[in-house]
Design a protein around this ligand. Structure first.
Ligand SMILES: [Zn+2]
Length: 160
């Protein structure tokens, strides 16, 4: 049961005041709070930094010296951490069809999984792409939202 949580004890990175939390693994967790409350210090500067540091330690010194260096974050304990994929907070260049999936390239792997599991009936993973006319939702054309014009707001129907 305990390994279903990332356990953080005594995080003090930047402005964090000895924070201890358990974050469920394999679930989506949202960190909210006012600006300056320490969301970035906890998520990026503590959890992601330690994950990246542990990953870098698995490489030989030749490769390690060429990677970005991550110092050990100021925290008493960080347990059950797995490899983190860090998606920057900044808006990454892209277009209306860019998603977390496309930016991190997880999307290509997901399409591959969907094209292989279960009973294969199309063969090509492109058929699961929201950028492909065969795979996209016919209503929103793969954009996830539909923009329409509200004619009542566009045209003043009152008689003057
Ligand atoms: Zn749709």
């Amino acid at each position: 049961m305990k390994d279903q949580f990332i356990i953080i004890k005594g995080a003090r990175e930047n402005n964090l005041k000895n924070i201890s939390v358990s974050i469920p693994r394999k679930k989506i967790t949202v960190f909210t709070g006012v600006s300056g409350s320490g969301k970035t210090s906890l998520v990026f500067d503590t959890i992601a930094a330690e994950s990246q540091r542990l990953l870098n330690e698995t490489y030989n010194s030749f490769i390690r010296h060429r990677l970005q260096h991550y110092g050990k974050p100021d925290v008493d304990a960080l347990e059950n951490l797995s490899v983190a994929i860090i998606v920057d907070q900044k808006r990454i260049e892209g277009n209306a069809r860019s998603t977390v999936g496309t930016i991190t390239d997880i999307y290509s792997l997901l399409r591959l999984i969907f094209s292989r599991i279960g009973k294969p009936f199309v063969g090509y993973s492109n058929a699961f792409s929201f950028n492909n006319p065969q795979g996209m939702c016919p209503y929103c054309e793969g954009l996830g939202k539909v923009s329409t014009i509200d004619f009542d707001k566009l045209i003043d129907k009152t008689n003057h």
